[in-house]
Design a protein around this ligand. Sequence first.
Ligand SMILES: [Zn+2]
Length: 428
Amino acid sequence: MIRCASLPALLLAAAFAASPRSAAAAPPPRPLVVTVDDLPVAAGGLHKDAADRARVTDGLLAALAKHRVPAVGFVIWGNVKEPADRAILQKWIAAGHELGNHSFSHPNLTRSAAEGWIADGEKGRAGLDGFLRERERVLRFFRFPYLNEGDTPAKLDAAREWLARSGQRNLTVTIDDQDWSFEEPWVSAERKGDAAGLARVGADYLAALQLSVRHAEETGDRVLGRRAPQVLLLHANAVGAANWDRLFSWLEETGHRFAPADEVVADPVFADLPRLAATHGFSLWDRLAALQRETAAREGVRKLLEVQSQAWSRGDIETFCSTYAEDATYVSLSGLTRGRQEVLERYRRRYPGREAMGTLTLDVVEMRTAWGIEVSLLDDAVPGRVQSVSVVARWKLVRTGQPDATGLTLIVLRPKADGWEIVQDASM
Ligand SMILES: [Zn+2]
């Protein structure tokens, strides 16, 4: 989640384009659970007056009630400072919504040690749990601040272990968006009495959310191979209070049904969340898409190694060498070879004819993929494509009349239009 920039005009136009949906062909409405982060009120620095926070809350709850939306609100317990803040939480409960834990002080797991981060989350859990128990409510859900679930496997596992141990469930987001970034311009326009500014920010807020919903639907349906249920991320803020009515109307018009959290998380995809260590917060669909790309990369490289060993074993040294990049570097105990053509000629000199080549097997000892963060059209961090794969493999040559030969190789590959190519090969 990074700060939102201005939206390209073309995308805005696309978002507002009518969605053709004939009554006869309409699929059943897509279940969507609305989740609202940063209660009592997000961007507290802009809402220091308790009456202002109450007004924002009333606006949010009115829109939810009008559209019969059962929401889950996530509380930053450290921001529940005065009786007025408790009154806000009480209003959410009285309106029939569920409250979940969003930590005490909203720490970023990527920038924290696991122990300190868990201690903060536990402080938030204990505070909210006490509040809910007094009202005979149960705390069930947790929302990771910034959606950051751990940048290392160890932190990811530590956070999950704490959630399991403390009886909290990660209500992960499938529609990640930048709704929070419109709050400052909205409040600023409101306080200046700038009606045109309010109209502009409101339109951008809606357009950005519509694009995020569309993107999450396309990605979710693609990675699941079926109609994906959705978990929408919103924030408890003034721009939301003024614009949720329009947002919810649009969601209804475009085939969504506001579903309770229990119904949506009963979908099997939420039973086993992907274990993807990442520095930034991603939606569930982006996490799954990243893992699918990683699996595809590994399969593509395995296929290339198979092509290599089969070509070698039938004496086809040209096909064997076609897997090298034009500018590949080959390193062996006998020295350095540069370029595919030179690699081919070296092999031809050393293995003149099929008998000298024998039968090759390549057993993968280790395969690593490298990918980073990319920026979406909406200026949000998303997992990037796999940029390179490195492989440690054991090669073995079986030749008639000669002892078997074996050794290790380290191969570095990069993606090309229709698969992978070897850019570096160190064989010994
Ligand atoms: Zn938050």
